[in-house]
Ligand binder design. Structure first.
Ligand code: GLA
Length: 420
């Protein structure tokens, strides 16, 4: 532990602090004006864990059905998830009947959703939660159910009539880039016209990338969050590739994020099968640094106490939900150790150190405090708390000090630096 400096703050240092405050308070790009997602959306989304399982005869406990969502809603309320902020319970693909009804409206599969989406929404709302649904800008959803192309207005109205609170709008089976762009914009306006508050979750940039560079400033004006990169899988390879994509595109995507509009690196797979404990810590820490929507895809009926505690870690959630709303970025990569940082409100910073070396044991890494936060993270000193892998008060550090940490292979040490 380092001792607090007794030297009084000079005028120069105070001026630097003031400058930092002014710089970080600048408003971001124009955002979708629906007043939603002022901090990243938190909730649960069925896709990664339950995929397109429609076999309720053979697998009644894991098929995509209202029973599954009702059970998750109950647990979100009773097991502390709602209390820490997980609010949106979201349906992904495969909820629909194969055909629209006689009035051209989408309908839920009647066997798997006997109460209809309206009934499910009422149930979810009775638990103090919100309901998310899924549709697709093209002719079919990715799993082959009816697409919204040519039906944007009626679908937006149907979702609003049912009491839906979030729409994940996928981009499969769209026949041109023009239709893709127009479709995403059309649905955004259609949702707004319903007068219901519906968070709009897009995959527009992901489907744009193969054709041309997405215009993120424009996307932000229509969407509350947007997927940029491939689907997350329950594997370290997948989490690693999402982080690698994000850091190599950070110049393009970081500044555009802010209250009302966020980059979406896809679901949290913590609590499943594919990630080691350290890798789960890495996903939680980095999703907080990236100001990512925290949409878990796991089975809340069967989750280890350790994974649950990680997902419910209030300090880490507070970083993710920080009201300043600035996305973090990778500061450097050196010898397979990455240092990421994120500016927070009250001149605080979050710093994550990831050990990407997949051979050997824990590694020591020393950082100079002065290199953090563009030199402003700890002027003239700060209090550092380690939040992950476990909470430890590290005490006072000076701008000139070094900090030595020990990081497990594929694990992360997450720190918070608070101004004194
Ligand atoms: C795409 C999306 C996924 C999921 C599936 C459903 O792959 O990117 O997140 O919604 O479709 O079919």
């Amino acid at each position: 532990m380092k001792l607090k400096s007794l030297v009084p703050q000079s005028g120069f240092l105070l001026a630097l602090r003031f400058l930092a405050l002014v710089l970080w308070s600048f408003p971001g790009a124009r955002t979708l004006d629906n007043g939603l997602a002022m901090t990243p959306t938190m909730g649960w989304l069925h896709w990664e864990r339950f995929m397109c399982n429609t076999d309720c005869q053979g697998e009644p406990d894991s098929c995509v059905s209202e029973k599954l969502f009702m059970q998750m809603a109950e647990l979100m309320e009773s097991d502390g998830w709602k209390d820490v902020g997980y609010e949106y319970l979201c349906i992904d693909d495969c909820w629909m009947a194969p055909k629209r009804d006689s009035k051209g409206r989408l309908q839920a599969d009647p066997k798997r959703f006997p109460s209809g989406i309206r009934g499910l929404a009422d149930y979810v709302h009775s638990k103090g939660l919100k309901l998310g649904i899924y549709a697709d800008v093209g002719n079919k959803t990715c799993a082959g159910f009816p697409g919204s192309f040519g039906h944007y207005d009626i679908d937006a109205k149907t979702f609003a009539d049912w009491g839906v609170d979030l729409l994940k709008f996928d981009g499969c089976y769209c026949d041109s880039v023009e239709h893709l762009e127009k479709g995403y914009k059309h649905m955004s306006l259609a949702l707004n016209r319903t007068g219901r508050s519906i968070v709009y979750s897009c995959e527009w940039p992901l489907y744009m990338w193969p054709f041309r560079k997405p215009n993120y400033t424009e996307i932000r004006q229509y969407c509350n969050h947007w997927r940029n990169f491939e689907d997350v899988y329950d594997s370290w390879q997948s989490v690693k590739s999402i982080l690698a994509w994000t850091s190599s595109n950070q110049k393009r995507i970081v500044d555009v994020a802010g209250p009302g509009g966020w980059n979406d690196p896809d679901m949290l797979v913590i609590g499943n099968f594919g990630l080691s404990w350290d890798q789960q810590v890495t996903q939680m820490a980095l999703w907080a640094i990236m100001a990512a929507p925290l949409l878990m895809s796991n089975d809340l009926r069967h989750i280890s106490p350790q994974a649950k505690a990680l997902l419910q870690n209030k300090d880490v959630i507070a970083i993710n939900q920080d009201p300043l709303g600035k996305q973090g970025y990778r500061l450097r990569k050196e010898d397979n150790i990455e240092v990421w940082e994120r500016p927070l409100s009250d001149l605080a910073w979050a710093v994550a150190m990831v050990n990407l070396q997949e051979i050997g044991g824990p590694r020591f890494h020393t950082i100079s405090i002065a290199s953090l936060g563009q030199g402003l993270a700890c002027i003239p000193d700060c209090v550092i708390t380690q939040l992950l892998p476990e909470k430890r008060e590290l005490g006072f550090y000076q701008w000139t000090s070094d900090l030595k940490t020990k990081i497990n292979p594929t694990g992360t040490v997450l720190l918070q630096l608070a101004a004194t």
